[in-house]
Structures are given as C-alpha cells and as structure tokens.
Design a protein. Structure first.
Lengths: 201, 179
C-alpha cells in the first residue's frame, strides 16, 4: 500500500515510470470492469487504455486521501457508460467499435478439470455476460462494482455520482433482471471464487 | 416464515448467519422466485475476473507516446496560427503609420511636435471643462444632499459585501443536501 502511495506521488510529479507501475497494478480490475460493461474484448481493451489515459491526464487532481482504485474504476465506469450511451444514439462508427466477431473471452484458467466442465463453465459465463449486456448501463456498472470489486453502496454512489437509495434501488432492479433472464436455463453455477471474496482488487 | 424477508435478504445480498442460511435454503427449495434470485447472486459471485492480453502496460506506453505526439502537433499548429494572426494584426495596426516612413526627418519631427501640441491642448481643454462643471455642480447641490448621497452609497456597499459573504454558505448547504 505504501508502495502504491509512493507511485501515486511520483506520478503526480510527472514520473511516467511510476504511472506505468500503477497501470501494471490495476490493469486487470480496470479491464474486467470495461469487459463486463462493454461485452467485447477489443472494446474492453480500448476502453481500459482510454481510462488509464484519462487517469494519467488527471492524476494531478487526484486527492490522496481518497482510494486510488475507487477513483480509477470510477473513471473507467463513467467512460464505459458514456460510450454505451453514444453507441445507443449511434454516435460511434462501426470502425471505432472494432471487430464484431463474437469471439469468446479467454479467462485465466487455473481450475480446469475436464473439457466438458470447462465448456459448461464457459457457457455459463457467456450466458451471464449476455444478461449483463441487457441491463441499463448505470445498473450494470453498479452491479459490476458490487460483485467484482465488493464496493459498498456508499462507494458505488460516490463512484457513479448517485445517491445511496438510488444505488440500492438500481441493485435491486438489476438483481431481479439478472435472475429473471438466467432463470430459464441456468444450471447450478460452479463457484470459483469465495462467495464474499474480492479477487478483482 | 413469509416470502418477503427472504426476498429482501436476496435482493440486498445480505450476509447471513448459518441459521439464516439454513432457513433460506429451506425457503428456496419451495420458492422458484427466490431460487432464481439466489442462483443469480451465486452466478455473479462465481464469475471470474477477465484478464487483458499480455503487454497491456506496454501498449499503454505506446498509446501515451502517440497521444503526446498528437498533443505536440496540436500545440505547434496552434502556436503557428497564433503567430500568423498576431503578425497580421500588427501589420494592420501599423498600416496608418506607413506614410510617415516616406517623410524627411525634419517633417517627421514637425508632425510629432504638432501631435504632441494637439494632445496637450486637448487635455488642457478637458481639464478646464471639468473644473467649470464641478464648480457648477458643487454650487447647485447643497451639502446635506451630498451627505445623504454618501451615506446611501456606503449602505449599498455594505449590503453588497454582506451578499457576497453569504453566497458560499448557501452553496455548502446545497452540496450537503445533495449528499
């Protein structure tokens, strides 16, 4: 943690090497958030890179009393929400969106037991990813911050500039929606993470 | 136990003690709606963290370098445009002075002396006019009226200062209310 603070201070003083250390440290959480928000690896890569670029441009204004990952993920979430809105209103060209080849994302796999189980697990993940894409962008961001980063409702509210009751209501709505859409074909999910762990950070 | 508390636990994704977990399991075995919510929560918690392709930081460095190059180019173009516009403006401002360049030094000096004399006489005329005007005004308006005018000005000034000091307080209250 101290090391991180040192990197932040150095990055604020214009040290690119220190900022690169921060990129190394947080590439997975930021990429994962972008992937869960946008649904495609190419778009997620582009959004994650852009989020880091925005963080780099604004690092001077970062308040060191705040949590750096919360600040960084807030930038990424807002970028993705903005991008999804622009996509909805047709303001992003097809070229800008990247190749739409529906390629399944390769997750880091350390627990693969057999090909059948692996295929089943991928199917589950793709189903969940499809369901996430159907949610309202802000609801989706709230859900991702809650489940992948274990953010409290207050932290989500701060990150997404919402009120705490609004976050609660959005989470309720999103959970109902996910349950409704998964209900039909959901097999019993294979638990890879601790139920209340926060592996993303 | 009724359905509602279980649904609330699941919608809030509350932390449950072992007894509550047992009760929830019993309920979800009979309630498809809550079973669906429980499955959704479990699926979300079970989802892995997506990893970027190797070399993410390197790609970021390249992107940053490209961004800086674009920024430098923009700055260069902006500065060039500013210089051109400034030079054009300067030339346009100097155009009326260009005929003076064709004058002999003596003519040039005479022109400048004439200009200085004209300006000084203009200033003198203005000073005389102001003096006459102020004499008339001070003579017409009684001292009591001046006193009232000065007091009113001071009052308005004080009100203005108070309103300036109060404004930030309103903003603070507003931002607290928003939170």
């Amino acid at each position: 943690m101290n090391e991180e603070k040192t990197w932040i201070v150095q990055a604020q003083q214009g040290n690119d090497e220190a900022f690169t250390q921060l990129v190394e440290q947080y590439q997975s959480p930021v990429y994962n958030l972008c992937y869960r928000m946008l649904g495609e690896p190419e778009l997620a890569e582009d959004a994650a890179q852009e989020s880091f670029l925005r963080a780099y441009q604004n690092i001077g204004r970062f308040d060191r009393q705040r949590s750096f990952p919360t600040w960084l993920l807030s930038i990424a979430a807002h970028y993705c929400i903005d991008r999804l809105r622009r996509r909805k209103f047709g303001l992003i060209s097809i070229d800008e969106e990247g190749d739409d080849d529906d390629r399944p994302l390769e997750f880091a796999d350390v627990t693969a037991v057999n090909p059948e189980r692996e295929a089943e697990r991928r199917e589950e993940q793709q189903a969940l990813q499809l369901v996430l894409q159907k949610l309202n962008p802000t609801d989706r961001a709230a859900l991702v911050l809650r489940y992948w980063y274990d953010f409290s409702e207050i932290e989500i509210a701060e990150s997404l500039r919402l009120t705490v009751p609004a976050v609660k209501s959005r989470l309720h709505r999103a959970r109902r929606e996910v349950a409704r859409r998964l209900e039909a074909a959901a097999p019993e999910p294979h638990l890879e993470r601790m139920p209340y762990g926060t592996p993303a950070l | 136990m009724e359905h509602q508390p279980f649904e609330t636990w699941l919608l809030n994704d509350d932390y449950l003690d072992p007894q509550q977990q047992r009760e929830l399991r019993r309920h979800t075995a009979a309630c498809s709606q809550c079973a669906g919510l429980a499955r959704a929560n479990l699926s979300l918690r079970a989802a892995p963290v997506a990893q970027p392709a190797n070399g993410f930081a390197l790609r970021f460095q390249r992107r940053l370098a490209a961004q800086r190059q674009i920024q430098r180019r923009r700055t260069y173009i902006g500065l060039s445009l500013l210089t051109l516009v400034s030079m054009g403006l300067l030339l346009w401002l100097l155009t009326p002075l260009l005929p003076y360049l064709s004058l002999s030094p003596a003519q040039f000096l005479m022109t400048w002396v004439e200009a200085v004399v004209f300006i000084s006489s203009l200033l003198q005329a203005f000073a005389t006019l102001s003096e006459v005007f102020s004499r008339i005004v001070f003579g017409l308006i009684p001292p009591a009226a001046w006193l009232v005018f000065l007091m009113a000005s001071a009052g308005f000034g004080a009100l203005w200062l108070v309103s300036i000091r109060r404004k930030p307080n309103h903003e603070k209250v507003y931002s607290r209310a928003r939170l």
